[in-house]
Design a protein around this ligand. Sequence first.
Ligand SMILES: Cc1ncc(COP(=O)(O)O)c(C=O)c1O
Length: 302
Amino acid sequence: MDAVGNTPMLRLHAVTRDLPDVEVWLKLELANPGGSVKDRPALRMITDALSDGRLTPDKILVDSTSGNTGVAYSLFGAALGLRVRLVMPSNVSKARKDIARSFGTDIVFSDPMEGSDGAIRLVRELVAKEPERYFYPDQYSNPSNWRAHYDGTAAEILDAVGDRLTHFVAGLGTTGTMMGCARRLHEHGRPVECVAIEPSDALHGLEGLKHLASSLVPAIYDPEVPDRILPVMTEDGWDMADRLAREEGLHVGHSSGANVYAALKVAAEVQKSGRGGCVVAIVADRGDRYFAPMKWERRYVW
Ligand SMILES: Cc1ncc(COP(=O)(O)O)c(C=O)c1O
């Protein structure tokens, strides 16, 4: 738990060759112990609930996620001796099920035809039936989610680059990263433009990100907080993830590819303006997390 946060910052060199007057830095959230940015909010939701009594050792932490938040809940549940139960559609990849189970998490399967909304409905039913048995963090509505980024991620970025910072780029999933970081960065003495990334289409392959116009909008989202929303196509996010691996030696997930794609677009605008600047983008997780479900199993199992 002590290893969460204080993640390194990496300055890009190769892909920014044509942008000599702009610093582009990545905040490497892949360096968290669970391998993603979601360690911060998961840990904060658990510790806040333990300290105010919503979570007690006899309760089961339950939520509907098969992704990075599920890994984080499973990891901290094991570390703290708390029971964790995840609801996921039965057709999620074997790798996703195996990762959760390896931490001792139990899995309840929802109807594969109903997708992630079916998993959300089922977790709500479970909690409604036996509310005293469960702690349901609900990351989409829980203010501890964005507060983890307000107190952690954004403060660390300011410590690292300080007054040089001109732009911040992060994707919108639960929106916790953007809500927390942008609120903190807007309180800083110098103006920082906060750019939110969303997939350009409802059907997309940028896992972790939401196309807000066609999705259930998270309760923690306030549209007034980001200064700008930039849509990114799936192909551009995937291609940038490939480029970062080949040209920078940095193997990141696709949502991070989308963030860097957008960060370079912003950096090109800054370069053109002649004013110089410093852009910081979030790298949410590592690329190898996507081999099993998205490349290997798609071809050989499904
Ligand atoms: C890979 C990845 N990228 C981006 C995000 C979006 O972050 P947030 O939920 O803070 O908006 C997530 C969140 O689940 C994620 O797993």
